[in-house]
Write a protein that binds this ligand. Structure first.
Ligand code: EPU
Length: 469
């Protein structure tokens, strides 16, 4: 299903980065960011209505896929986040011009001037790897530095590379990156993943659109972001079927349209984070512009814990009734419980009565936030890949460090629900994926403020040790 959101007609086209807010985000790009801490006075129930932003992970895949189009791509509902800034800068370095029009991004992709994106940008995020195939298809050759991303466990790219090779690309691994050559054109192939990979499904699906013949991807990821990209590729003139199921079939085409306009789906992970923050603070929040069907696993577990979740067509209301009870979670590929929401969920469960178990099955190191939550009085521990949480009645404010994007989101939820004041450092992780976080939370009544590091004390215990998960 293609979701179209209205364009705000009052928005004029802004040259990239001329928005004052955007300027402040760009500051975070440097290693010496000066605005990397928020202060939260907790204990205030969140109340009100909030519009959810476009999906980070969908937007990054669409921005990469846009490289296949030789002309103009307009993407609506693009989130204002650091990862998008990084991706746009990366595309700019390859010759793509971009401009913001409200929450839309207009990309001029006719001429590409490079085939090697800068390593410093690629190393900032995992999704940069998705441009490898489009770049090789456009330029006949590409060199891709090794990708970065949150430090949450091993994140290999073997499915991506094997798939491209199966389609006829010559790929060589070097110490600092991967080199790909395309002798002739890509040809369709049968591809199978041992475990469903969202990134590899998206990357290879985009490549297959320009391969000769049929490509079948089996045990494909079924995430909504995969479906969003498939719909985009079809809007470009591609022929992709089966996205959203475990078998995706792509019939290659020799040419794509030169002008495409498309919308990014709402961010189910941002919506899930706000839903958990609303519940943890015993508030009453309506989230608008969401697709509730993308969050059924989360809502099922929130209801099991005692939260009132009222779903409408494109909104959801979160209300609390009483103290919540413990629930057990297994992270699974979509439509299972998303790994990206287990950390925020753990902050919510820190206050639920009884003992909860969260079993992380996707990544082996996605519990680095646990030691930080412990500083706020949470009683939780990590055993292998399981987080064991014994709910407490109250959390207390503390000075803590965000160690990764969703771990940072978990700390924000805990700080909003805690008694007293918290400082959350290393907000650069959180800024990668949450758009206008303070503004959004303030609109729901949260007492949150961005502080410059020079104005606050450093974390009392800055030698946070990653836990064993
Ligand atoms: N995997 C391989 N080989 C590969 C690719 C993946 O073994 O070549 C394995 C991974 O090691 C992992 C599993 O497959 O165990 C799933 O990884 P996947 O490829 O699906 O993850 P990803 O595409 O790198 C995306 C999101 C992540 C999200 C995961 C799982 C983007 C940019 N990132 O990552 O989002 O956790 O899917 O749903 O789309 C986040 O937003 O915080 C985030 C980390």
């Amino acid at each position: 299903m293609v979701v179209e959101f209205p364009i705000r007609n009052d928005d004029k086209i802004l040259p990239f980065r001329s928005d004052p807010w955007w300027e402040s985000v760009v500051i975070f790009q440097g290693g010496n960011s000066i605005l990397n801490c928020v202060k939260i006075e907790g204990g205030e129930p969140l109340r009100g209505t909030l519009r959810v932003s476009g999906s980070k992970n969908a937007a990054l895949a669409l921005l990469s896929g846009a490289l296949l189009v030789e002309g103009e791509v307009i993407l609506h509902n693009v989130p204002y986040i650091q990862d998008v800034a990084t991706m746009l800068t990366l595309l700019e370095r390859l010759g793509v011009q971009s401009a913001w029009q409200g929450s839309a991004v207009v990309l001029q992709t006719r001429e590409l001037t490079g085939s090697q994106p800068p390593a410093d940008l690629v190393s900032k995020m995992r999704a940069s790897f998705y441009i490898f195939a489009p770049l090789m298809i456009r330029q006949g050759h590409a060199f891709m530095p090794k990708p970065g991303g949150c430090s949450i466990g091993t994140r290999p790219v073997d499915y991506h590379l094997n798939g491209l090779q199966a389609m006829g690309a010559r790929v060589v691994e070097h110490t600092h990156g991967y080199e790909a050559d395309l002798p002739g054109e890509l040809t369709g192939a049968r591809i199978y993943f041992d475990v469903p990979s969202a990134g590899a499904t998206q990357h290879l699906m985009a490549a297959a659109v320009r391969a000769r013949g049929l490509t079948t991807i089996e045990n494909a990821a079924m995430e909504p972001e995969v479906v969003n990209l498939a719909n985009f590729l079809n809007a470009c003139g591609g022929r992709v079927e089966g996205a959203g199921t475990s078998t995706v079939v792509v019939e290659g085409v020799s040419k794509l349209k030169s002008k495409v306009e498309f919308s990014v789906i709402p961010d189910r992970l941002e919506a899930g984070t706000f839903a958990l923050a609303a519940a943890a603070t015993h508030g009453d929040v309506t989230l608008e512009r969401v697709m509730p069907e993308h969050l059924h696993s989360l809502f099922a577990k929130m209801r099991e814990a005692g939260v009132i979740v009222e779903e409408a067509e494109d909104s959801v209301r979160i209300k609390s009734a009483r103290r919540y009870k413990a629930v057990d979670i297994h992270t699974m590929p979509y439509p299972g419980f998303p790994t990206d929401l287990q950390q925020p969920m753990s902050a919510f469960l820190a206050l639920a009565e009884g003992t909860s178990f969260i079993r992380e099955t996707i990544y082996e190191r996605r519990a680095q936030h646990v030691s930080e939550l412990q500083k706020m009085g949470a009683e939780m521990m990590v055993e292998g890949r399981t987080i064991i949480i014994r709910g407490v009645e109250t959390l207390r404010g503390a000075s803590v460090n965000a160690t990764d994007l969703r771990g940072g989101a978990a700390l924000i939820i805990a700080a909003l629900a805690a008694q007293g004041c918290s400082e959350i450092h290393h907000m650069e992780h959180v800024d990668r994926g949450y758009s206008r976080l303070e503004e959004n939370l303030q609109s729901l009544g949260a007492r949150i403020q961005r502080l410059s590091t020079s104005a606050v004390t450093q974390p009392l215990n800055s030698d946070y040790a990653p836990s064993g998960l």
